[in-house]
Design a protein around this ligand. Structure first.
Ligand SMILES: NC(=O)c1ccc[n+]([C@@H]2O[C@H](COP(=O)([O-])OP(=O)(O)OC[C@H]3O[C@@H](n4cnc5c(N)ncnc54)[C@H](OP(=O)(O)O)[C@@H]3O)[C@@H](O)[C@H]2O)c1
Length: 243
């Protein structure tokens, strides 16, 4: 049986997705940067892990190729890596901007680059993560909006390039989800209420809901979907909240 490689498997959504896929009987390769966290998740799930420097795509390719035989190959790659930076442009430093782009856009590029090489012969699925912030202007989100808009462009073009190889490329685009990344926002009651009110449905999202969408996109039953940006955002990306 082939496997799903999850990049950023130690993050909130990455680990919830890994648990969900394992419950479904799928094989998962846990990929990340922190060996200690990876080992702990690996022991919990009984799935292998690989710690990789994700600042260039070569180590990722080498690691996945080395694992491919043991895993029966891969049929999917999911990039759950991401970060957040809430600042207006004029106070964002060059290094901060580069870091946001590296974490959010470069890792998506590396996922597609390596995924395209590994999946070209047999086809497969790539799932990337954007953000509602890339689809609607939200104050102080310039760096993350720019990086995630890059992910959307990358995914649409790659979907076109690799459709003839039967590789589907889709994007999950969340609103504000209760994860480690956003803890400082939702742990504060005032901020949580203000953030919930930006979403037409008036509440924040949960990691399980996002993992459910990602696993649905990975399911072979849904194999006529490519180049799509699917919001899971309580309406944030496209629906005005009631005033
Ligand atoms: N939560 C939200 O409200 C929200 C909204 C929109 C989009 N998203 C997107 O959803 C995806 C999952 O995010 P999450 O909410 O689950 O966040 P999370 O819990 O903070 O997980 C983020 C993951 O990214 C990894 N990571 C961060 N910087 C990295 C770097 N420079 N190199 C390699 N790995 C790095 C982290 O590794 P460690 O475990 O080693 O720290 C972790 O595995 C991300 O793409 C995020 O941008 C989330």
């Amino acid at each position: 049986m082939s496997s799903v490689a999850i990049l950023g498997a130690t993050g909130t959504i990455g680990s919830v997705l890994a648990r969900r896929l394992v419950r479904q009987g799928q094989h998962v390769l846990l990929v990340g940067r922190n060996e200690e966290k990876l080992r702990s998740l690996s022991e919990e799930l009984g799935q292998p892990f690989v710690a990789v420097d994700l600042t260039s795509s070569q180590p990722l390719e080498e690691a996945l190729r080395a694992m491919a035989d043991a895993q029966g190959g891969f049929h999917a790659l999911v990039n759950c890596i991401g970060s957040i930076l809430l600042k207006p442009t004029h106070t964002t430093t060059d290094d901060e901007f580069r870091q946001v782009v590296e974490t959010n856009l470069f890792t998506a590029f590396a996922t597609v680059r390596v995924g395209a090489k590994l999946l070209r012969e047999r086809g497969g699925v790539i799932v990337l993560f954007a953000s509602s912030a890339a689809e609607i202007g939200i104050q102080n989100h310039e760096a993350i909006a720019a990086a995630k808009a890059g992910v959307i462009g990358l995914a649409r073009s790659a979907a076109a390039t690799y459709a003839s190889n039967n590789i589907r490329v889709n994007v999950v685009s969340p609103g504000l989800i209760r994860t480690e990344m956003t803890r400082r926002i939702w742990e504060n009651a005032t901020n949580a209420t203000a953030s919930a009110q930006l979403h037409a449905l008036g509440r924040l999202g949960e990691p399980e809901q996002v993992a459910s969408l990602a696993s649905w996109l990975l399911d072979g039953e849904n194999d006529w979907i490519t180049g799509q940006i699917i919001g899971i955002d309580g309406g944030l990306g496209h629906v005005l909240p009631r005033r």
